[in-house]
Design a protein around this ligand. Structure first.
Ligand SMILES: Nc1ncnc2c1ncn2[C@@H]1O[C@H](COP(=O)(O)OP(=O)(O)OP(=O)(O)O)[C@@H](O)[C@H]1O
Ligand SMILES: [Mg+2]
Length: 264
């Protein structure tokens, strides 16, 4: 795959380790050990691993919310430190401002960046439309369903056109039907504008049908024990073939499940 080398490197995670120091009476925990990952522009990486293996910890270090104890994370060549609008984070439970309307929540980033009012209005409209919330611009988050709240959170992340979007089990709290429609939405957005995405999930099928690369982590202290390029997300819309029943899908799925289940 010579093209791989021509893509722009966005984030580099090198020999990353993380130890929670056990302050405030908590136990000392070695959460991550020697994690290495290269993320290129337009990648859609899905990370899987057993519960408690350090996925959220890794995402928090990549987001700049948490400081590593060893190794480094760089984005576009500079060390990742603190929150930055170039890295959007979407959590399992969307953190919308309850006193702001949906449109005002989505407008938050551009407002902080002091973008001109006309531009903000146009962008908010465009991103609300993208996630199918154009008719809910003026309502408050509590008037929305869980799936709609997550769509608003997605629009609020996308509107900043971040260099990278980090999502931590974004659809984990949704019912199966809503989850599937959110997955379809994210797949469409990714195919249309190719943002760089790092998504954590505990759902193997979600990982395999969304990402173009899947990484599997070991039990704690989390390390990456498998990294594989996949193309199922492209085959889902390219043909009527139900990829989940294809032989290659079943075999990657099996491999991941045996790795994640191993050592439990
Ligand atoms: N703030 C903290 N202080 C101390 N230990 C922590 C802290 N946060 C997480 N841990 C520990 O670090 C380990 C990894 O936690 P983390 O939340 O990263 O796992 P995870 O892979 O996201 O799990 P899950 O799939 O259940 O969300 C766990 O053993 C957890 O108890
Ligand atoms: Mg987690």
């Amino acid at each position: 795959m010579p093209l791989e080398n021509e893509k722009k490197l966005i984030m580099k995670v090198e020999h990353l380790s993380l130890q929670y120091d056990g302050s405030n009476g908590a136990a000392e925990v070695e959460a991550l050990s020697d994690v290495n990952l290269d993320i290129y522009e337009g990648d859609f990486i899905c990370a899987l691993g057993p519960s408690g293996c350090g996925k959220t910890s890794l995402l928090n270090v990549m987001a700049g919310l948490l400081k590593a104890t060893g190794g480094s994370v760089t984005m576009n060549g500079s060390p990742v430190r603190g929150l930055n609008p170039d890295r959007a984070v979407v959590f399992q439970n969307p953190t919308l401002y309850p006193w702001l309307s949906v449109a005002e929540n989505v407008a938050f980033g551009p407002r902080v960046q002091s973008a001109p009012a006309g531009e903000i209005k146009e962008k908010v409209q465009r991103y609300l439309q993208l996630v199918g919330l154009e008719d809910f611009a003026d309502v408050k988050p509590y008037e929305l369903s869980g799936g709609m709240r997550q769509r608003a959170a997605l629009a609020r992340a996308l509107i900043n056109e971040p260099g990278m979007i980090l999502l931590d089990e974004p659809f984990g709290a949704l019912d199966a039907f809503t989850r599937e429609s959110m997955q379809a939405l994210l797949r469409r957005i990714w195919k249309e504008s190719r943002p760089t995405i790092f998504l954590i999930t505990h759902d193997v099928d979600e990982a395999l049908t969304l990402g173009d690369r899947v990484v599997t982590m070991s039990v704690r202290p989390g390390r990456i024990i498998m990294e594989e390029d996949i193309d199922f997300t492209f085959r889902i819309s390219d043909s009527d073939e139900d990829v989940r029943y294809s032989q290659d899908y079943i075999s990657v799925r099996k491999k991941i499940l045996s790795l994640v289940g191993h050592g439990r």
